[in-house]
Design a protein around this ligand. Structure first.
Ligand code: HEM
Length: 408
């Protein structure tokens, strides 16, 4: 390993518990550093705001999954074997370049526009109310389990028309695949997930309902149609994105409010601050730490660093969003700052399709929680654990004490 290469594993759990200190040092030192991820894959990590935007949007950084496999083998740094996750899950839009990306995204774009998801507000409110009814009267709950996790899952499952009876299985598979740390479990979870989704596609084909996924199975856009594997992959992407991200917007958002009581008081005093506060939750500590994989299709210069052709590059969104050159006083949590332009939803053609939905869910969940309860952290902050995932910034649990505020 070169002396400029950093092994995340050697940094140990410290990195996952506090990535911000490490990122601040990297931003100072260099535009891009070679890092070895926990399962041995060697990548370039980009931590500054402008450089992250370049990596996310410049077509010289490709996401074409058909070219990834040999690169994985090359960059495993001799530390292990590539994990063979079912390829049927890998053909989604986040793993493709134009023109295929354009085609896949076009087929689902309409269902996720701000106007369309705005119509879901009453249902999102109703689900939130029901979840909060269940915890009313309890002095203490884990907010991840009680609200942050079930809300987005219910919304995306209803939208796509996915039965809820396999919810726990799906959560387990999804967590394993996203954590990406235990190869035998990953292969098993990938296979189980692929089978579950293939059955779902077949069921929607034979017994269409009035849900979005049935419509997609039967849709034609300019006479285009998704084949079985593309549909399975699309369901995988939408469900996993719906499972792994918004939960952290809600949980980490509440966590940071509780750690900054003066910010919480401001928000309670002026509820028009809520949409801006959600943007600050996303900027200050968004759900995604390192972006998904890209590789260089030719030599590219990032800042003062030249990255050769055929190398993996990751942009840390968590780090870019605290870059002082873009967000003055970036390490300070301030719900009144103009937080627009953050990269929590990515940038460029792969900009998050679910951003309008996630924003509405975050606003309704946190707004209603504050309306209905006074709350405090029910554990010392240092005892809370963050998941050891390079992709997700996610608390395992968020214990809070609650007392109802009386009727609204
Ligand atoms: C707060 C919640 C969310 C955050 C922070 C988030 C973040 C992101 C980010 C950073 C990307 C780009 C990754 C990259 O370029 O490497 C992305 C893409 C994507 N997200 Fe989200 N996401 C959220 C919620 C959702 C939801 C609820 C859905 C689905 C319903 C969704 C669907 C997608 C899809 C389909 C893409 C791929 C778009 C493409 O390749 O064109 N996301 N998301």
């Amino acid at each position: 390993m070169g002396e400029n290469t950093i092994a995340l594993e050697e940094l140990g759990d410290e990195y996952f518990q506090d990535p911000h200190t490490f990122h601040a040092a990297l931003r100072e030192q260099s535009a891009a550093r070679q890092v070895v991820l926990p399962r041995g894959l060697k990548v370039w990590l980009v931590t500054r705001y402008d450089d992250a935007r370049l990596v996310l949007a410049d077509p010289r950084f490709s996401k074409d999954h058909t070219r990834l496999a040999p690169l994985f083998d090359k960059h495993l740094a001799g530390q292990g074997d590539r994990v063979h996750v079912d390829q049927v899950l890998a053909q989604h839009m986040l793993n493709t370049d134009p023109p295929n990306h354009t085609r896949l995204r076009k087929l689902v774009t309409k269902a996720f526009t701000a106007r369309r998801v705005d119509q879901l507000r009453p249902r999102i409110q109703q689900i939130t109310d029901e979840l909060l009814d269940e915890i009313t009267g309890r002095p203490e709950v884990d907010l991840v389990d009680a609200l942050a996790f079930p809300l987005p899952i219910k919304v995306i499952s209803e939208m796509l028309g996915v039965p809820m009876d396999r919810r726990d299985d799906f959560r387990r598979w999804s967590n394993i695949l996203v954590a990406g740390t235990e190869p035998p479990l990953i292969e098993e979870a990938g296979a189980a997930m692929a089978m579950f989704l293939a059955d779902l596609v077949a069921d929607k084909r034979d017994n269409p309902g009035d849900d979005f996924f049935s419509a997609l199975v039967h849709a034609t856009e300019d006479n285009d149609r998704l084949d079985h594997a593309e549909l399975t992959s699309m369901a995988f992407l939408l469900l996993v994105a719906g499972h792994e991200t918004t939960v952290n917007l809600i949980a980490t958002g509440v966590y940071n409010l509780l750690r900054h009581p003066e910010q919480l008081a401001k928000l309670r005093a002026d509820r028009t601050l809520l949409p801006g506060a959600v943007e600050e939750f996303l900027r200050y500590e968004g759900p995604v730490n390192q972006s998904t994989f890209r590789f260089t299709t030719e030599e590219v210069t990032v800042g003062e660093v030249t990255i050769p052709e055929g190398e993996f590059v990751l942009a840390s969104l968590l780090s870019a969003n605290r870059d002082e050159n873009r967000f003055p006083d970036g390490e300070t949590f301030d719900i009144t700052r103009p937080a627009g332009g953050h990269l929590a939803f990515g940038h460029g053609i792969h900009y998050c399709l679910g951003a309008p939905l996630a924003r509405i869910e975050g606003e309704i969940a946190i707004g209603t929680l504050l309306d209905r309860f006074d709350l405090g952290l029910a554990a010392e902050p240092e005892t809370l654990r963050w998941r050891s995932s390079a992709l997700m910034r996610a608390l395992y649990t968020l214990p809070v004490s609650l007392s109802a505020r009386g009727p609204r």
